[in-house]
Design a protein around this ligand. Structure first.
Ligand SMILES: [Zn+2]
Ligand SMILES: [Zn+2]
Length: 390
């Protein structure tokens, strides 16, 4: 059974909405125009709208034609990135330096498409909440919505999310039960020595050499400190220190990120970073100050909801187009906070080959052809989970 015919009928509207959102990208917690657009569409469909969670968050609430006390939530993200778009299409970003380079314009549109269809048909028992969240990129808008009482205001038994995946064939779905995306933590290490003339290194303590040793030392965390059968990443992504040729600086700052699929590995990596930083710096006569910050937990699908999501995807795209055992990615996703609070499942929808540009690339674009496929998945998911009152 392919995509929902009624949703295919309004493909033209879906593409127009997506282009409108794409042309006006807004970054973390500033999604005011986008939230206004989303709220206006939901109200047009006759859906009750709540605004203000995490500032620009929008939640639409719709009850089915049949009575029922059960409720689920579907979630889309609305934010763009600090990237200057390099596409030439006629809906190119009107906000210089900002761009929908992760496809959240498409995610928002697919959920709006499902909301329109479900408001017309209401062929389910119970309640569906459509969550449109701000600030998925880096800033954890999903976490803020949960902290501000998302699931107390809108109680649900399960929550579902979806992200496009460039390179995967258009309209194909992929997911797995258990960990699907990694935790995301950041660290900053300040190595402090004692500045001196570059020609007289013995009169100072060189933080550059200590920092170089430290970068290599940190590479032993994944190889020596965490179990070989567990996946971990420790990446140093910035080194800042010194201003000129002939001065050894007082201090060097290193920054980076860690990834894993288990909270206990986050604990182990933090402890190892602190130990190695202090030990290596100390061995060189320098000192190290470590700031380690937990950003996103791993995104973990609950088995029952992953099965429901996979069955729904198969209903829309055909069993052959659903990969139920995708290899997890070390990328991360703030939907993880919603999955910490409620059972649920997150899946990928293939965005097709496109022009070869991946997520967060200035040439990326969401594929309009998959809008009705994703919207159909959302609609069928509601009709499947809320088929019966209890
Ligand atoms: Zn992204
Ligand atoms: Zn994204």
């Amino acid at each position: 059974m392919p995509i929902v015919n009624r949703i295919a009928d309004f493909q033209h509207d879906l593409a127009a909405w997506r282009h409108e959102i794409h042309a006006h990208p807004e970054t973390a917690f500033e999604e005011r125009r986008t939230a206004e657009f989303v709220a206006a569409r939901l109200q047009e469909f006759g859906i009750a709208v709540h605004r203000g969670l995490a500032g620009t968050g929008v939640v639409g609430t719709l009850t089915g034609a049949r009575p029922g006390g059960r409720a689920i939530a579907l979630r889309a993200d609305m934010d763009a990135l600090h990237i200057h778009e390099r596409n030439g299409h006629d809906y190119v970003s009107q906000n210089p330096g900002k761009m929908h380079a992760c496809g959240h314009d498409g995610h928002t549109t697919m959920l709006l498409g499902a909301a329109r269809y479900l408001a017309e048909t209401r062929n389910f028992a119970g309640t569906v909440h459509f969550i449109f969240q701000p600030a998925e990129e880096n800033e954890g808008g999903g976490r803020v919505m949960v902290e501000q009482g998302l699931f107390e205001k809108f109680p649900v038994e399960a929550v579902f999310g979806m992200h496009n995946w460039p390179g995967m064939p258009a309209g194909r779905f992929a997911l797995r039960a258990g960990p699907m995306m990694a935790s995301f933590d950041i660290f900053e290490i300040t190595v402090t020595g004692k500045g001196t003339h570059a020609a007289l290194p013995h009169l100072g303590i060189d933080p550059v050499v200590a920092a170089a040793q430290l970068v290599l030392g940190l590479q032993t965390i994944a190889s020596r400190n965490t179990p070989p059968l567990e996946s971990t990443v420790v990446s140093v992504t910035q080194i800042h220190g010194g201003d000129t040729w002939n001065v050894i600086p007082d201090a060097v700052v290193l920054r980076g990120t860690t990834r894993s699929f288990k909270p206990e590995l986050q604990d182990a990596m933090e402890a190892a970073i602190r130990r190695i930083a202090e030990g290596v710096a100390g061995a060189m006569g320098a000192s190290a100050a470590v700031r380690y910050e937990r950003r996103y937990p791993p995104t973990v699908n609950s088995p029952a909801e992953a099965e429901i999501a996979a069955a729904t995807a198969a209903e829309v795209a055909g069993e052959a187009n659903v990969d139920r055992a995708i290899t997890p990615t070390m990328g991360s996703e703030d939907f993880a906070f919603m999955l910490q609070a409620r059972p649920g499942a997150y899946l990928f929808i293939g965005n097709g080959p496109g022009n070869g540009a991946g997520l967060h690339n200035p040439h990326y674009d969401f594929n309009d052809d998959i809008l009705p496929i994703g919207a159909s998945y959302w609609a069928r998911l509601v009709e499947r989970v809320l088929a019966k009152a209890a």
